[in-house]
Ligand binder design. Structure first.
Ligand code: AMP
Ligand code: MG
Length: 414
């Protein structure tokens, strides 16, 4: 934080990519960890590798229902073997398969000693206590080897992995009841603006209900951080300063909305710079242009614009990955985008990276995209009705009907 030159100057306008890069570089994961029951670890980030305490699978076993045999016995087209027993998953065959013998096996059963291959049930013809089998195709066929999934002592999951359903299952399969996860970052947020009313009371003329605290509550709760909702803060320097002081004492990061443009009553900018180490950027993004990033005491500071759609676009496109890094997830998961045909024209000027909200739909077996209605930066309906961002690069111009555009589905954004 000493080299403020890296933070970009107030004057120049920054690309979305550059802003993200500067923020990602500055932030380090929160320290501290706790041990939790694996179910409670869902959505959390591993603070240590999860090591396989034994081979998975633990034994050579059958991948199919069928017969365990010695491959050397099955050279001819059809060979009759004597069935000497059965092996179930969970109840092994205790003997040894000798020459001319076979053991009936169920999927998951430990491979009986003496046998080296499995012939599937569909290829077998049982006659009394004998079975007639075709020639073997490959020694070891349909056998799952001990340690094939994971060898004992190897890391099954790496520190920094976010735990989803598959990771939960994997940890359970290794017998872990508890796991070490990083402490959840605590993120404080408040809305600024004299025109804002909290829900629960009637609106006075000129007032609007504060919606940003609710979208932020939503995205942050999904992300799995601890949230600290500090309410609406008046455009009053004294009250605002108190709010920042209070937030910085308790939180790892503070997110504010509103008050970062150059309006008369936009105190946020001044107060942030007076209290902390903060850079204001004009970012080449639409919707949303002004944004602040910095440090206040021990907390990271994100000053987002006030318009409700701008808040969401800035959050997802610029802030989210930084918070993911704060949580300790590594690597930062890539966010897929793909190209589809746009079925309507979109007006755009060069210079800013625009994120109109779109609706991906299927027509004639193809995915296509259209706009989700009024794209005003205060019109939340455009987010509600959308299922993707359309990504229009800085240097791009207007889109004609039928052009290909990049889309980033909301599905997968946390
Ligand atoms: P500002 O960035 O403070 O100038 O706000 C830009 C616009 O967004 C204004 O029309 C505000 O009324 C609106 N706005 C700011 N904060 C909120 C909020 N928390 N909820 C709803 N609208 C807001
Ligand atoms: Mg304001």
């Amino acid at each position: 934080m000493t080299n403020t030159n890296n933070w970009g100057s107030t004057e120049t306008s920054l690309s979305v990519a550059k802003a993200r890069e500067i923020m990602l570089e500055a932030v380090t994961p929160v320290e501290g960890w706790e041990s939790v029951q694996i179910r409670s670890a869902l959505g959390r980030v591993l603070s240590r590798d999860v090591v396989a305490p034994f081979d998975v699978p633990a034994h050579d076993n059958s991948a199919m229902d069928g017969f365990a045999v010695r491959a050397a016995d099955l050279s001819g087209n059809e060979t009759r073997l004597t069935i000497v027993g059965t092996a179930f998953a969970g109840a092994a065959f205790s003997g040894v398969v000798g020459a001319g013998q076979a053991v009936r096996v169920m999927t998951g059963a430990v491979l009986p000693r003496g046998a080296d291959s499995i012939v599937v049930q569909e290829e077998a013809r049982v006659e009394g206590d004998t079975v007639i089998l075709p020639a073997i195709k490959r020694v070891g066929q349909h056998v799952r080897r001990a340690g094939e999934d994971l060898a004992a002592g190897k890391s099954a999951l790496l520190a920094g992995k976010r735990i989803g359903p598959a990771e939960l299952g994997l940890m359970a399969s290794l017998g872990y009841a508890e796991v070490a996860v990083r402490r959840r970052p605590r993120i404080a947020f408040f809305s600024t603006g004299d025109e804002l009313a909290s829900i629960g009371r009637t609106l006075a003329p000129g007032e609007v209900y504060d919606s940003n605290r609710y979208t932020l509550y939503g995205v942050l709760t999904r992300l799995g951080v601890e949230v600290l909702d500090m309410g609406v803060v008046r455009d009053d320097p004294v009250i605002m300063e108190q709010a920042f002081t209070e937030a910085a004492k308790q939180a790892d990061a503070i997110i504010t909305t509103g008050g970062v443009s150059v309006g008369e009553a936009d105190f946020v900018k001044d107060i942030m710079s007076r209290m902390g180490e903060v850079r204001f950027w004009k970012i080449d993004i639409k919707p949303g242009r002004p944004m602040a990033f910095g440090r206040l005491g021990n907390a990271w500071l994100f000053g987002l614009p006030g318009n409700p759609v701008a808040v969401m676009v800035n959050y997802y496109q610029i802030v989210l990955d930084t918070l993911i890094k704060l949580q300790g997830e590594t690597p930062i998961p890539p966010r897929p985008s793909f190209r589809v045909t746009c079925t309507e024209p979109i007006r755009k000027l060069t210079g800013r990276r625009e994120f109109p909200r779109g609706v991906l739909f299927q027509a004639e077996g193809q995915w296509k995209v259209k706009l989700s209605g009024n794209q005003g930066s205060g019109v939340l309906r455009s987010m509600v009705e959308a299922n993707c961002f359309i990504i229009l690069p800085e240097d791009g111009n207007s889109v004609e009907m039928g052009d290909l555009v990049d889309v980033q589905p909301f599905e997968g954004l946390i």
